[in-house]
Design a protein around this ligand. Structure first.
Ligand SMILES: [Zn+2]
Length: 340
C-alpha cells in the first residue's frame, strides 16, 4: 500500500481529505466548492464517484486528484496561508505555481487575481511597458500557454525580443570523449537567477525550496516561430520609420512656411540621419522600435531648426506609429480572444 504523507495544510475541523501525488491535505469542502467549479463538481459526488478512495481518513472521505502537489500547495497558500495577506510582492514563481493550480482545478477568481498580480509586475499596456525591465519573458509565455492566458502574451513576446537570441543558447559541440559540455551548469545558473539574495528578502515565496522546472522557460516550436516573426515585424517597422526623413504633408505646407527660407521637410533632410539613423539608439530600434520612437520624440527638434508646430505634430505622428506597432503585434502574433 502506498504511503500518504500529510501535507502542510491539515485542519482538525476539515471534513474532506484531498490526495495529490501521494500527499494528503485535510481541508474544508465548503471552501473548495465555493471557489472552484472543479471541486464543486467533484465533491458533489457524495463520496461515491470514481475519484474517491474507499477507506476514509479520520472519518473524512479521501479524494484522489491528478495534478502537481507543488502547484496545489501554492493554491492552498492562497486559500489558507499568507499569499494574499503578505505585504511583500509574491515572487513570479509563486504566482506561476498558483496560476497553474487555479487554472488546472478551475478556481476562477484565484486565476483572475494571479493574472492581475502578474500584470502589475509585467506591464501589459503600451504606456507602462518597458522591454529592458521585463522579467522572465520566456517563462511568462510558457506559463500563459499552460494556463490558457492571452492578456500577458503580447508584452511577454515583445519583452523576449530584448533578450539576446531570445534567451536561447546555441548548444556547444559535444566533446570527443563524450563528456557532457557545460550547458547544464549554465542552464542552472539561468534558472536560479531569480534567487538573488536581495530578491529573496523582498519577495514572498509560498515555499523557498521550490524552483522553476527545467522546461518552464522553453518555448514551443510554434512560439519560437512567432518570436522570429515578431522580430521581422519590428525590424521592418523600424526600417520604414528610420531610413528616410519624415515627409508628412504639413512639413512642406506652403502657407505655414512661406516666410522662411526653407520648410521643415527640407530641414529634416539635413538633420534626420545624423540624429536618428546614425544615433546609438538606432541599433536597438530593430528589436525595440517602441523605445526608439520615444528617443526620436525626445530629440530637441526645435533646437535643430524645425518649427514648433511641425515638431509637435511630428511627435503626435510618432506616438501614432508606436500605437500602431503595438496594436498590430496582436495580428503578427496571432493572439486572439481574452482571458474571460
Ligand atoms: Zn514647420
Amino acid at each position: 500500500m502506498e504511503e500518504h504523507v500529510r501535507g502542510k495544510f491539515w485542519f482538525d475541523d476539515g471534513n474532506v481529505v484531498i490526495r495529490v501525488e501521494g500527499r494528503d491535505f485535510r481541508l474544508h469542502s465548503s471552501i473548495l466548492k465555493s471557489k472552484s467549479s472543479y471541486f464543486a463538481d467533484l465533491l458533489s459526488h457524495n463520496a461515491a464517484g470514481p475519484d474517491v478512495v474507499q477507506e476514509a481518513v479520520e472519518g473524512c472521505p479521501v479524494y484522489k486528484i491528478t495534478g502537481s502537489k507543488v502547484y496545489f500547495l501554492a493554491l492552498l497558500d492562497g486559500l489558507y496561508g499568507d499569499l494574499l495577506l503578505t505585504d511583500k510582492t509574491p515572487s513570479c514563481l509563486t504566482l506561476a505555481c498558483f496560476l497553474r493550480a487555479a487554472h488546472h482545478w478551475n478556481f476562477a477568481s484565484c486565476k483572475s487575481w494571479a493574472i492581475e498580480e502578474l500584470a502589475r509586475h509585467h506591464p501589459i499596456t503600451l504606456k507602462d511597458f518597458d522591454q529592458a525591465g521585463y522579467p522572465e519573458p520566456a517563462k511568462i509565455i510558457v506559463l500563459c500557454r499552460t494556463a490558457g492566458v492571452t492578456s500577458l502574451l503580447k508584452s511577454a513576446f515583445y519583452g523576449l525580443l530584448g533578450q539576446k537570441t531570445f534567451g536561447l543558447k546555441v548548444p556547444k559541440p559535444q566533446k570527443e570523449n563524450g563528456e557532457s559540455n557545460d550547458d547544464a551548469i549554465s542552464d542552472n545558473d539561468t534558472l536560479s537567477e531569480d534567487g538573488d539574495a536581495s530578491d529573496v528578502d523582498k519577495e514572498y515565496s509560498f515555499d523557498p525550496n521550490v524552483e522553476w522546472g527545467s522546461s518552464d522557460g522553453i518555448l514551443s516550436p510554434d512560439d519560437t516561430t512567432r518570436a522570429i516573426l515578431l522580430l521581422e515585424f519590428t525590424a521592418q517597422e523600424w526600417m520604414r520609420i528610420s531610413r528616410k526623413p519624415p515627409s508628412y504633408a504639413f512639413l512642406s505646407d506652403y502657407t505655414s512656411h512661406a516666410s522662411r527660407s526653407g520648410n521643415c521637410r527640407e530641414i529634416f533632410k539635413n538633420i534626420w540621419h545624423p540624429n536618428v539613423t546614425e544615433a546609438d539608439f538606432a541599433d536597438e530600434g530593430w528589436y525595440n522600435p517602441l523605445w526608439a520612437l520615444e528617443e526620436i520624440k525626445a530629440i530637441d527638434w526645435q533646437g535643430k531648426g524645425i518649427c514648433s508646430t511641425c515638431a509637435t505634430r511630428c511627435r503626435e505622428e510618432w506616438e501614432t506609429e508606436r500605437r500602431s506597432i503595438w496594436d498590430n503585434m496582436d495580428k503578427e502574433l496571432g493572439i486572439v480572444g481574452s482571458d474571460g
